[in-house]
Write a protein that binds this ligand. Structure first.
Ligand code: NAP
Length: 302
């Protein structure tokens, strides 16, 4: 139990913030956790769940005297909150975020950060398709990666302290250039989500989903797509609007490969298909070996 920040303020109280609060409590990382969010309904749920020591009605009240402020709202909402809290931040405080894209947040938030306050962006590569304050749990970040994209003009001490914090909630930490982060995530998360949304949309367009066939006979492939495609619409809208270039680059490459495989199927080129699937299978093995997913059949589902 090592206190890393005396007072931590969480702005937004959904999956990520509530998981952070649970993990902070588990590790004894903060003396006080203060939370706030825009809706009374979510504040009431968070109060009843008790993962924060105090819930405030406004972000301004929540950040008062906070040593660490973490923005846990959708990417498109970060700048407005940064502008609102800026005059009320303690000198020497660190502001961070958990947004799924980095360069757009840096561009939008940095101008609001006052002199004497450190801004250290971060992104935990951990999540589920559930959202809201009741979906959080202390183990969410265990053995998952948190990518920090500290800015060259910002304090190294502040970045080191934040790294200690993320390690304290169970994460492995890597530092990266923000543009590189956005490209990596376009490959590993953003484009796959769009593909899942599209596949489920195609099934829906066939108007079979409601006719039970797709539901009852959903094999592992489609079922896994539907899990991903159930992710929060606001969060994902903002991800695509704010990681445009990298996502479009990866989707361009995806489309080319898809056409290539399509041609192999049309030509009956089994060798090409087999070779391709053998290569992709190895990636799954590497992910398992890195401890980033379960070896259990069917992803460990009962
Ligand atoms: P969530 O469970 O949907 O919670 C979102 C929170 O943000 C709620 O407290 C909500 O407030 C608030 N909010 C929504 N729109 C807002 C707006 N326009 N202005 C102010 N507050 C707003 O979301 P989450 O999954 O925790 O995601 C939060 C952040 O973490 C996002 O930036 C996301 O990109 C990032 N992230 C998510 C995942 C994931 O898998 N979910 C993983 C890594 C990073 P009310 O409830 O009061 O309406």
């Amino acid at each position: 139990m090592t206190v890393i920040y005396e007072k931590v303020a969480l702005i937004g109280l959904g999956l990520i913030a509530s998981s952070l609060a649970h993990a902070m409590k588990r590790g004894g990382l903060a003396d006080e956790i203060v939370g706030t969010t825009r809706s009374k309904e979510t504040r009431d749920i968070a109060t009843s769940l008790g993962f924060c020591d105090r819930i405030e009605e406004t972000a301004i009240a929540a950040v008062k005297d906070a040593d660490l402020v973490i923005l846990c709202v959708p990417v498109g909402a970060m700048a407005k909150i940064a502008a609102e809290i800026a005059p009320h931040l303690k000198v020497g405080a660190t502001v961070s975020d958990v947004g799924s894209v980095k360069q757009a947040i840096i561009d939008a938030v940095s101008p609001h950060i006052p002199e004497g306050v450190h801004f250290v962006p971060a992104h935990p590569l951990a999540g589920t398709e559930h959202s809201g304050p009741a979906s959080g749990f202390a183990e969410l970040f265990d053995n998952r990666w948190c990518i920090m994209t500290p800015l060259p003009n910002q304090s190294l001490d502040a970045a080191n302290q934040l790294e200690q914090f993320w390690r304290g909630v169970g994460s492995n930490v890597e530092r990266m250039d923000p543009a590189h982060h956005d490209l990596v995530l376009a490959v590993t998360s953003h484009a796959p989500h769009l593909i899942a949304y599209t596949m489920v949309g195609v099934a829906d367009d066939l108007e079979r989903v409601t006719e039970k066939e797709v539901i009852n006979f959903s094999a592992a492939g489609f079922r896994d797509f539907t899990r991903i495609a159930a992710s929060d619409p606001t969060m994902w809208r903002d991800v695509f609007l704010n990681n445009k270039e990298a996502t479009l680059e990866i989707l361009g490459r995806f489309t080319e490969e898809l056409f290539d495989l399509q041609r192999a199927i049309r030509r009956g080129d089994g060798d090409q298909l087999h070779e391709y699937f053998t290569r992709t299978r190895a990636i799954r093995r590497d992910i398992l070996e890195a401890g980033q997913d379960t070896k259990e059949a069917n992803f460990g589902r009962e």
